[in-house]
Design a protein around this ligand. Structure first.
Ligand code: ADP
Length: 360
């Protein structure tokens, strides 16, 4: 067992003469046994990163290492990695047993009886022991996904790579499989890189998450760190649902201002914006307070535009000034109705400030 390291890894594609930078100088070490979720919007370079680790793409610059050993120059079959795809990629003409055996027959010289034992033990662990003689076409989506996982697990690899493995499942099964996958990964202790575009999945599954945008790693952190201390505006907006509210403000000494409202900063926050002329003020919807006392600091008169139920909470869309809309989440028991006025408080301890020019 060993750490998996990406050391200044880049990938360039030639797209009809113009250079596409799919991954730009990415460095991260995934600890032995860690579950790292690689997350970001479509086209940000997640699959390319995974495919470079698997050896399905070459590395343009940099190195990939397992422990101290360089692996980016080895063929895929010598990398001791098992990959699970969104499409499952099962052989339709083979039974479940055949599909699970296949990977092992290819990669080891284990005796037949030993392979059978491993396949059966793994099928037991995944709750598919009674399906071993069926063909993939006779299985539900969730069962097929378990077989695809089983095929990866029997190989007992150093690293699991998973590319959106749950995205073809319906919402309920997906959330069940998330929990199951996490439990399995913990039990097996295999270093795992898991790709998803879904920030909720990333936030609930990863020991750490690596957020990618436009080929660049934005932050590698625990889900809580990324949530509470986002490295930049991109991460702040990407993590969290509903998304963080942002206001573009000019800096005038210890006051932030735009054409709708002003925001007074304490000496500590003022220090953070010194030397900056424009900042983005961010606040998460759950940090916006609806209060009855408009004498408190950082309170604003607003009107309720739309109230959107979200289970045991409501997303309350507020307007103040002309067309400046932002959202607060409040407990579902609280009566808030469209059209009413409301005093919103943006407490200073909850705000995030980013340089408007750099986003950092
Ligand atoms: P993601 O998995 O995050 O959706 P990808 O890794 O698939 O993103 O793609 C990253 C970028 O690289 C995209 O701009 C994509 O168009 C480009 N890209 C991926 N594969 C190729 C290729 N074979 N040739 C040219 N460009 C590619």
């Amino acid at each position: 067992m060993a750490d998996l390291t990406l050391d200044h890894v880049s990938k360039f594609f030639d797209d009809g003469g113009s250079k596409v930078v799919a991954v730009d100088d990415a460095s991260v070490t995934i600890e032995d046994g860690e579950f790292l979720v690689l997350v970001g919007p479509s086209g940000c370079g997640k699959s390319t990163t995974l495919r470079m680790i698997a050896g399905l793409e070459t590395v343009s610059e940099g190195q990939i290492r397992l422990g101290d050993e360089r692996m980016d120059n080895r063929p895929p079959r010598d990398r001791d990695i098992a990959m699970v795809f969104q499409s499952y990629a099962l052989y339709p003409h083979m039974s479940v047993r055949g599909n699970m055996r296949f990977g092992l027959e290819e990669s080891t010289d284990m005796a037949d009886a030993d392979i059978d034992a491993v396949v059966e033990e793994t099928a037991d662990m995944l709750g598919i022991a009674d399906l071993l003689d069926r063909k993939p076409g006779e299985l539900s989506g969730g069962q097929q996904q378990r077989v695809a996982l089983g095929r990866a697990i029997v190989r007992d690899p150093e690293v699991f790579l998973m590319d959106e493995p749950l995205s073809n499942l319906d919402a309920k099964l997906r959330s069940q499989m998330r929990t199951e996958l996490q439990r399995l990964q913990e039990e097996l202790g295999v270093t795992t890189v898991y790709v998803t575009h879904d920030q909720t999945e990333a936030m609930t599954m990863g020991d750490r998450i690596a957020i990618l945008n436009d080929g660049e790693l934005q932050q590698v952190a625990t889900p809580l760190e990324a949530y509470h201390r986002p490295a930049n505006r991109f991460v702040a907006g990407f993590i969290g649902e509903p998304s963080m509210n942002f206001f573009e403000m000019e800096v005038h000494g210890d006051t932030l201002a735009n054409d709708t409202f002003t925001y007074d900063l304490s000496p500590r926050s003022k220090e953070a914006v010194e030397g900056t002329s424009r900042v983005t003020l961010g606040i998460r919807p759950e940090d916006v307070e609806l209060v009855s006392d408009d004498e408190l600091d950082h309170t604003y008169e607003t009107s309720v535009d739309v109230v959107e139920p979200m289970g045991n909470e409501n997303a309350v869309y507020l307007e103040f000034g002309t067309e400046r809309r932002f959202v607060a989440t409040v407990g579902g028991m609280r009566r808030v109705e469209a059209g009413q006025s409301a005093v919103a408080r943006l407490p200073e301890e909850a705000i995030h400030l980013f340089d408007a020019a750099t986003g950092e």
